[in-house]
Design a protein around this ligand. Structure first.
Ligand code: ADP
Length: 269
């Protein structure tokens, strides 16, 4: 909006009643977006009004996971309407701000900052109870922008049990805390595979073990207050399939152990 004063971010105003959670990870592929959409759906099932900002420039996979991959936001005067999804959460994605879907986002810091502010301030979110932000992996420009614009956002760190994932997740959590954001806890995803032969009590540790505990312990020590492990989500084919077909597991298969764990985590946030 050339020439006009920038609109303020409603969630940054004193007295805002919207809780903002940024979902962060150290690297891609650990399930950050899957966790974001399923937590959002679980919260919506609890009766909360939930919005998602997909700020993952590398992935922007949230719309597809919610079944609205081809949807584009409409505009009313100079406000962007978030895209409603079948599961009742509203979403805006950095992918929706591109002129063409197949265009690669190769933006530098200032443009990413503008895109983030646009998704927060120029979108008509209404009265949300919760806003979830799917951050790009790592400690890049978007995470820094978010820390500057929304220091009150709380951060959930997603990792797998694997050593290499845990190490980079610690960095992401440490950076959030340096930006004065509260790190609410760690979600360990792909924690184990319930053995398909001997039964679910036998947990196959495909990606090793200890990543979640390690990230929680390191962040607790660095931050100086307890950062808990919020939950451990098993590997589950239906979680992956749900994401692929736009019907997240929390809606599609709510009694699956992975869905139950995600709902429990949502209830603690
Ligand atoms: P990220 O956002 O961290 O890059 P995604 O959420 O896109 O990760 O997940 C990467 C892939 O792994 C996706 O295909 C997703 O469906 C799959 N996935 C994530 N978590 C699980 C899980 N617990 N069980 C099975 N597949 C999973």
């Amino acid at each position: 909006r050339g020439g006009q004063a920038q609109r303020e971010i409603p969630f940054a105003q004193p007295g805002s009643l919207t809780k903002v959670f940024a979902i962060a990870s150290g690297k891609g592929g650990v399930g950050k977006s899957s966790v974001t959409v399923n937590l959002a759906l679980a919260m919506a099932k609890q009766g909360l009004k939930v919005g998602i900002v997909d700020a993952d420039i590398y992935g922007h996979s949230v719309p597809a996971m919610l079944g609205v991959a081809d949807h584009r936001p409409t505009q009313v005067e100079d406000l962007i309407m978030p895209v409603p999804t079948p599961s009742g959460v509203s979403v805006i994605s950095i992918g929706m701000l591109k002129p063409r879907r197949d265009q690669v986002v190769a933006w530098r810091g200032p443009m990413l900052d503008r895109a983030l502010v646009q998704m927060l301030a120029d979108v008509y979110w209404g009265d949300l109870d919760v806003l979830l932000l799917d951050l790009p992996p790592g400690t890049g420009d978007v995470a820094i922008s978010l820390g500057q614009h929304l220091p009150g956002a709380e951060v959930v760190v997603v990792t797998t049990p694997q050593e290499a994932a845990a190490e980079v997740a610690e960095r992401a959590g440490t950076m959030a805390s340096m930006m004065h954001q509260r790190v609410v806890g760690v979600v360990e995803n792909m924690s184990y595979l319930p053995c398909p032969h001997c039964g679910p009590e036998h947990k196959l540790e495909i990606f090793g073990s200890g990543g979640g505990d390690r990230v929680a312990a390191t962040l607790s020590q660095r931050i100086g207050s307890t950062v808990p492990v919020l939950g451990r989500i098993p590997l589950d084919t239906s979680l992956r399939e749900g994401g692929d077909v736009g019907k997240p597991i929390v809606d599609a298969d709510p009694t699956a152990p992975a869905a139950v764990e995600l709902s429990n985590i949502a209830a603690t946030l």
